[in-house]
Design a binder for this molecule. Structure first.
Ligand code: PLP
Length: 323
């Protein structure tokens, strides 16, 4: 996930723009900011790039998950189906919303198995959070069908798979809301940052308000704005958004390099006895940030991870050890 490896004049210029005006806040200060709106610029370009109507940029991917849950009305007493194989922020966000995470197993896509979801539903189930784990997609069409049939909210944790697609449609744009992370080690980074996307204007308005103490952002006097809902402070600063603007413009290049590198490594590995690869429902839409493979036994997998580390491949983990 190489966003930080590609810092250059572009990031410096965007951050310099902000430092020059001194306006670090994403709202207001219209005159002083000299028409420099980094968070707004990111939101417009990201929504355009992903083909959705709305994007709200926030302080982290974890914040994005909390915002999406709040906007979708998930809270105390609700159950939310999540995969047990994910980064813990998915589960944290559910618990912090006062809801109960309920695990449903993954399949060889390394993401939620659509066929298993029905087994864990109860009258309290309100939502499913699917995680597009390790750079590539879940069987999102089938999972969307399950959610539509059962009347469940679908939130996509796309924190590890920005730029990925399924049959040409952006990951994160299938469910009610999609969540992204731009933390320091993601495919593109804001330093710290996250985003929610949606085609539903009502959800966007709630997300926008929830992330800023419930401010409705109507009018041009912040002190006079209404607060129709309770919120929190999940705002991003203009400095972080500025880094993100430069990084977002490099996303296509990053994906192209990742996809070419991954294809070469995968081809080289394909001949090794015992190696099989994770199922990717649409290979063309893989963001190619990770290469996940299986070996026939735990012992062989652990040895491979150790030997690769010894040989200088420092980004190879045996899944269970990566807490
Ligand atoms: C699947 C997943 N969800 C959520 C997050 C949280 O993102 P952030 O670090 O921006 O809070 C991450 C970060 O690694 C992640 O991998």
């Amino acid at each position: 996930m190489p966003g930080f490896e590609l810092f250059g004049d572009e990031e410096r210029r965007e951050v310099g723009d902000v430092l020059e005006t001194g306006v670090l806040f994403r709202y207001g200060f219209d005159q002083a900011r000299k028409d420099r709106w980094k968070a707004k610029t990111f939101e417009k370009e990201f929504a355009g790039r992903l083909g959705v109507s709305h994007c709200h940029l926030c302080s982290s991917g974890t914040a994005a998950l909390s915002i999406a849950l709040a906007a979708c009305g998930v809270g105390a007493g609700d159950e939310v189906v999540v995969p047990p194989f994910t980064f813990l922020a998915t589960v944290e966000a559910v618990l912090n919303a006062g809801a109960v995470p309920v695990f449903s197993d993954i399949d060889e896509t390394l993401c939620l198995d659509p066929a298993g979801i029905g087994n864990v539903l109860t009258p309290r189930t309100k939502a499913v959070i699917v995680v597009h784990m390790c750079g590539a997609m879940a069987r999102i069409d089938a999972i969307l069908n399950v959610c539509q049939e059962k009347g469940l909210v679908l939130i996509e944790d796309t924190c590890q798979a920005v730029g990925g697609t399924f049959h040409g449609k952006a990951l994160g744009s299938f469910g009610n809301m999609g969540c992204f992370s731009f933390d320091p080690v993601k495919t593109i980074t804001c330093g710290e940052g996250g985003a929610v996307i949606t085609d539903d204007e009502a959800l966007y308005i709630k997300a926008d308000a929830f992330s800023d103490h419930g401010h409705d952002h109507i009018g041009n006097d912040r002190g006079l704005e209404g607060h129709a809902i309770l919120g929190a402070n999940y705002r991003i600063s203009e400095l972080n958004a500025a880094v993100g603007v430069a990084q977002l413009r490099k996303l296509d290049h990053i994906l192209d390099v990742q996809q070419r590198n991954k294809a070469a490594v995968k081809q080289a590995m394909a001949g090794i006895e015992g190696v099989t690869f994770r199922i990717i429902p649409d290979e063309a839409g893989d963001s190619a940030t990770f290469l996940s493979f299986f070996l026939p036994t735990e012992a062989r997998a652990r040895k491979a991870a150790k030997d690769l580390a010894k040989a200088g491949v420092d980004g190879c983990f045996y899944w269970y050890d990566n807490n």
